[in-house]
Ligand binder design. Structure first.
Ligand code: C2O
Ligand code: CU
Length: 479
């Protein structure tokens, strides 16, 4: 375990304490199984232990927990505005739930144990029924024992299809996961390490693309891809650069945004975030181009390579059609007259709590809460009796200031709503951009706006799972 404690934390370097960031050697090309999707209507998902070849076809199998025996779980394909029914059967030895991350659904379907539903006990089933209002890229994962259950493989994508298909040559999903593996490719113990929980969280050693390390992904000159990126990691932030290409971001967290090229050519993806890019394959037939993640200084690695076949260019010119996706029916209002509230994120190593900490129910292995929101630490995954930090009358428009008073990055996620990003550090966000998870750098202050139109008690928490478990969670009530 190397001690990186002395390094500056205000840079984006950092504390990967105890994590060897060396990646396991790339093995062979691993075909994505991303199209093993289940269609709208009646869906059944079984949660159980399983095995997966994370490190490639010749590597050892890893013991995982899986949805329907595969990692990640099958893509759940739904249609915008059409009812979905998903029966989840729990064959684990412990409670679970499923949270449909980013989907604006009724509170009782939100999958937070104690708060929105009783946990699904071993051997039991639970039926999730909802009608997704928004098209886009979402994902599902447990909200019970989240650090371990997500860390052992329970995650899958949800694609809600637009009413009219978007014109691209290929629609491709990459669900990226980060695993801490032993030399025998087994999931390393030590979930909930208190030191890590107070720093960057459990960053792993091996990043997989659709459930396996990836050497290459096929490409054809001239085609246009819609590439749906999902960061399903526990803690790892990613900044992806695609050599020789100019991706255009068209949606963030499932919500169409003003199309734009990423700043500095880097697609920034905090844990739980999704970014859809339009990617025109402008490379040369027969060549290959690396996709590099260089978020952490000194720890960049090649996620995969785009390998062009020898076929001739598909279109003579790049597709001219507009890149803009059809908008979703998000509630808007005049946010200049909205009610305003502030939430301060506190704690962590070298952070210091602004006020005293009022802890609610511990539950961390070897340590009390490390984090708080407005002086209050809610730990774990959700449970009954959580008192809301803020209550909004239904239909009110709200501007929320989130202030990161810590020395660490936090992807802050709000359930049941999407919010419009208004400002970051005082600067207006120059485009229309709705999200359900906002990545905050150390000391960042962001202003987000939404209409509190979805009644119920909704979680707001950091999606670095160790941070959530160790107190960076709260509840907002829409009455
Ligand atoms: Cu994706 Cu409360 O989480
Ligand atoms: Cu955090």
């Amino acid at each position: 375990m190397s001690s990186n404690l002395g390094r500056s934390m205000l840079r984006r370097s950092l504390l990967l304490a105890g994590t060897g960031l060396a990646l396991t050697p790339r093995l062979q090309f691993s075909p994505a199984h991303a199209d093993a999707s289940v269609a709208s209507g009646n869906i059944r998902i079984t949660v159980a232990p399983g095995r997966a070849r994370l490190v490639g076809p010749d590597g050892p199998e890893t013991e995982v927990w899986a949805y329907d025996g595969i990692v990640p779980g099958r893509v759940v394909r739904l249609r915008q505005g059409e009812p979905a029914r998903v029966v989840v059967e729990n064959q684990l030895d412990e409670d679970t739930t499923v949270h449909w991350h980013g989907i604006r659904l009724p509170n009782a379907m939100d999958g937070v144990p104690g708060l929105t539903q009783p946990p699904i006990r071993p051997g039991e089933t639970f039926v999730y029924e909802f009608t997704p209002p928004d098209a886009g890229t979402f994902w599902y994962h447990p909200h019970a024992n989240s650090l371990q259950q997500l860390g052992r493989g329970l995650a899958g994508a949800v694609i809600v299809e637009e009413r009219r298909p978007v014109a691209v040559d290929r629609d491709v999903l990459w669900l990226l996961s980060d695993w801490r593996l032993t030399s025998k490719a087994q999931i390393a113990a030590g979930f909930g390490n208190a030191m890590e929980a107070a720093m960057a969280g459990r960053i792993g050693s091996t990043v997989t693309l659709n459930g396996a390390v990836s050497n290459e992904q096929p490409a054809r000159a001239g085609e246009r891809l819609r590439l749906r990126l999902v960061n399903g990691a526990l803690a790892r932030i990613m900044a992806l650069r695609i050599e020789g290409h100019r991706p255009v971001i068209v949606a963030i967290d499932g919500q169409p945004c003003t199309p734009h090229e990423p700043e500095g050519g880097q697609i920034l993806l905090g844990p739980a975030m999704r970014v859809d890019v339009m990617l025109d394959m402008q490379g040369e037939p027969g060549r290959s181009y690396a996709i590099v993640d260089d978020f952490y200084d000194g720890h960049s690695y090649v996620l995969t390579k785009l390998v062009y076949g020898d076929e001739p260019r598909l279109h003579r010119q790049p597709l001219g059609a507009t890149l803009e996706l059809p908008r979703n029916p998000l509630p808007v209002s005049d946010f200049s007259i909205a009610e305003r509230h502030e939430l301060a994120l506190e704690g962590g190593m070298m952070g210091g709590m602004r006020r005293g900490m009022a802890g609610m129910r511990g539950g961390m292995m070897g340590g009390g809460p490390s984090w708080a929101i407005n002086g209050m630490s809610m730990t774990g995954d959700g449970h009954a009796g959580m008192e809301p930090a803020l209550t909004f009358q239904r239909g009110r428009s709200v501007v929320l200031t989130l202030r990161n008073d810590t020395a660490w990055w936090h992807p802050m996620h709000f359930h049941g709503h999407s919010f419009l990003l208004l400002r970051r550090n005082g600067m207006p966000v120059p485009r229309r951009q709705w999200q359900d998870t906002v990545l905050m750098a150390p000391r960042d202050v962001v202003e987000v706006a939404f209409v509190a139109d979805n009644p119920g008690d909704w979680m707001l928490h950091c999606h670095v799972m160790d941070h959530q478990m160790a107190g960076m969670m709260t509840v907002l009530r829409v009455a």
